[in-house]
Design a protein around this ligand. Structure first.
Ligand code: GLA
Length: 730
């Protein structure tokens, strides 16, 4: 690992664990150009990788063709308005209303450690774990500085990037685009993966070729969204799990984003990522600074699997924080699918009583405990306990739950306001809306203007009062609608375009306050299921509800797509009742347990009402969770088969970091007629070690398991799952 500057060659060379990234300065003009990103290389004469000595040469040699040069050169941080007609990162409107910017080298510094990004989520690392380059570029006419920040890690092949933009002029300017990163990759022949979805079917893996033109995915919904995800992988066409060059890009941000790969005219592919410019402008007053959120770039020379494992390690070690970072989470039971809004203390206690006797460790009371909320038409914003439902108040309920030996958790949706609420009657201007226009409702609610400090303070204090009233050890923070009708009553007209980003900064500030005030709290983010399952939220909550779809078969694709980037320890996954409430499918209780084992594990059903044989299986599942969770949470994840592709079965494996054990989960989704048993090849084992299958007691070398494979248990019927646990015996 390390970052070096070679003065004679004017080259910055960034080496992460397995990848190198090279930036070079153009001699006379002092533009910063991208020279190389890929497999780790030595330091020997890397400058020639920057494509300079070809027509139209640099402006100092051929001023006549400056536009041609600008439209060809691999700018490290391309700017709009001076002839680079590809996607650019920065667009600045100056005091004349015109937009042009051109950046040249000003200064740089290289230091151990990694700076925090004020007000934003970001990966972190100590001085011994990472090194940072700050490369400051400037536009001398605009008097605008842009500091590009890069960090490499000792234990990971990721490189992170962000940018700080500072207005040193005497006039205010407007940023109308401020992306976080750009990389120009050599060649055109790439494919792209993005994670597409919808409510209840988030993050399905979508793969397609990148041809000429722009291949853009984005969100303008005010959340990273169910539909598209702030991640793309750009890869060579032969790429599979184990082979191929992959560049993965993930945005550490939860609001509007764009991610784009652009096949350009001279056989290069430009990849950019950042805040979505469609819903963004920012007035940068004199002396002010704007910080572009972080992008994590992961290079893999060995397929998608290696990329995934780098992301998992980075996020487990350098993004997730707090008491539960490396800890097993309590097995919870959530009453949402059990009761919806129809519950009271007595009902919750009957669930808790039964659950605790089966080994479940925490009761989570979901939506419906406050104001007059007996359906989803009312009361968001009135965060006072409904004593008709909870006689004796919250403390009484929590104390009773605690007496059963269980922890207690609670649901909030702090960013929202119901038109039918006391809060709205008192402060209609606190909702996001545009004067003279009736804002569009969604789930019959509006979004609070969280960009405003007085709104944040008010709502946060209500939440805090509830949390201080009793022994609450878990919070589910929900957010159930996208942002529309973008208007803030607190912002002047020329700052209205800042609302979406200011909103996000407000949410981050509230969550930071929450985890500081309640350091022992387990926070789970949620957004109508998984609309805000992203790296930004992971900085505040070690787990996020993956999807409102709890069907075991639907979950295979959702969880596999989510685990493309995010570690299993972060995926909220529950066993629910059948027929499943979203798709009406019935699957065996055992299979539901095996599928939920891939995540944080819990239940979302009325345990007093489910079939007795299912209930009888819970203690077994609880034991299974306790036995395997350390491995699942901390191990290396390998995809073996993807049901979305083969339409027959799904399989993944988790291998302990020291290769001492491996757990394989296999779900036979549809049983084929006249089918001989299935053989699968494992991955990541120690070839010369001997492993024992804990069930069958058969012994195999790692070599045999990986190169020849192992027979899966035979199955009969659809939706049948099995675990295979291999333990190293010598
Ligand atoms: C969202 C969440 C659910 C549940 C409901 C409550 O849809 O994803 O888990 O909490 O809200 O209204």
């Amino acid at each position: 690992m390390g970052i070096k500057y070679f003065e004679d060659e004017k080259v910055f060379k960034l080496d992460s664990k397995d990848a190198s990234y090279v930036i070079a300065l153009v001699d006379e003009e002092q533009f910063a150009g991208h020279a190389y990103y890929g497999k780790k290389i030595s330091d020997y004469h890397v400058r020639h990788l920057m494509r300079l000595n070809e027509n139209p040469f640099t402006p100092s040699q051929n001023e006549r063709e400056r536009v041609s040069f600008n439209d060809l050169f691999a700018f490290e941080y391309p700017t709009f308005g001076v002839g680079d007609f590809r996607e650019t990162c920065l667009k600045v409107r100056n005091k004349y209303g015109a937009a042009a910017c051109s950046l040249v080298y000003k200064s740089h510094k290289i230091y151990a450690g990694k700076p925090a990004l004020a007000g934003l989520p970001a990966t972190f690392g100590s001085e011994s774990e990472c090194e940072t380059l700050e490369l400051t570029m400037t536009d001398p006419i605009l008097k605008l500085d842009v500091t590009l920040v890069y960090t490499v890690f000792e234990d990971n092949s990721a490189i992170t990037r962000s940018a700080r933009i500072q207005n040193l002029a005497e006039d205010d300017i407007y940023l109308t685009n401020a992306l976080s990163m750009c990389v120009d990759l050599e060649g055109l022949n790439y494919e792209m993966i993005n994670l597409h979805g919808s409510w209840a079917r988030e993050r399905h893996i979508d793969r397609h070729p990148i041809t000429h033109g722009k291949h853009r995915i984005d969100s303008s919904r005010g959340e990273s969204s169910h539909q598209d995800h702030p991640f793309i992988a750009v890869m060579t066409p032969e790429t599979n799990e184990d082979v191929g060059e992959v560049y993965g890009f993930n945005f550490v941000y939860s609001g509007n984003f764009m991610a784009q790969a652009e096949g350009c005219q001279f056989e290069t592919t430009r990849v950019v990522m950042g805040i979505n410019p469609d819903t963004f402008t920012w007035k940068l007053a004199t002396g002010e600074e704007f910080i572009c959120p972080e992008v994590v770039m992961v290079y893999s020379d060995a397929g998608l699997g290696k990329m995934t494992r780098s992301f998992h390690d980075l996020y487990r070690n350098h993004l997730i924080r707090g008491e539960y970072k490396d800890k097993k989470r309590p097995i919870l039971i959530n009453n949402w699918e059990a009761t919806y809004f129809n519950f009271n203390t007595e009902k919750l206690l009957s669930i808790a009583k039964e659950a605790s006797s089966l080994g479940i460790e925490m009761l989570v009371m979901d939506d419906g405990w406050f104001g007059k909320r007996n359906d989803d038409n009312t009361s968001l914003g009135d965060w006072q306990v409904n004593e008709e439902k909870l006689p004796g108040g919250l403390k009484n309920l929590v104390d009773e739950v605690n007496k059963l030996g269980m922890k207690f958790g609670i649901w909030f949706e702090p960013e929202m306001i119901s038109p039918e609420s006391n809060l709205y009657r008192e402060h209609p201007d606190w909702a996001i809306q545009i004067p003279e226009r009736t804002a569009a409702r969604c789930r019959n609610q509006y979004v609070l203007d969280i960009s405003r400090k007085e709104v944040r303070d008010y709502v946060y204090n209500m939440v805090k009062t509830v949390l201080q009233s009793s022994n609450i050890e878990y919070v589910k923070w929900d957010m159930n609608r996208p942002l529309s009708d973008l208007g803030s009553f607190a912002l002047p007209a020329d700052r209205q375009g800042e609302l979406s980003h200011r909103y996000m900064l407000g949410v981050y500030e509230m969550q930071e306050r929450l985890i500081n005030d309640f350091p022992h709290l387990l926070l789970e983010n949620c957004s109508g299921g998984g609309a805000r399952f992203d790296a930004g939220m992971l900085y505040y909550s070690p787990q996020i509800w993956c999807s409102d779809d709890t069907d075991a078969i639907e979950r295979l694709s959702i969880q596999q797509g989510t685990a493309m980037i995010y570690p299993l320890c972060s995926m909220g996954a529950h066993v629910s009742d059948c027929p499943n409430h979203t798709v009406g499918r019935s699957t065996p209780f055992r299979t539901r347990g095996h599928v939920a084992l891939a995540g944080t594990f819990g239940y979302e059903l009325d345990v007093t009402k489910i079939p007795a044989e299912d209930r009888a299986m819970i203690p077994e599942q609880v034991a299974m969770y306790h036995k395997y969770n350390d491995l699942v949470r901390t191990g290396d994840y390998y995809r073996i088969a993807n049901y979305s592709e083969n339409r027959t079965f799904d399989c993944y494996e988790v291998v302990a970091k020291d290769q001492s054990e491996a757990l394989v989960t296999i779900v036979e989704v549809t049983r084929r007629a006249n089918f001989k048993s299935r053989r699968i090849r494992l991955k990541g084992l120690q070839p010369d070690a001997v492993y024992e299958n804990e069930d069958t007691k058969e012994r195999y070398t790692g070599e045999i398991l990986m190169y020849a494979g192992v027979q899966c248990p035979d199955t009969w019927g659809d939706y049948i799952s099995n675990l295979m646990h291999f333990v190293k015996v010598n």
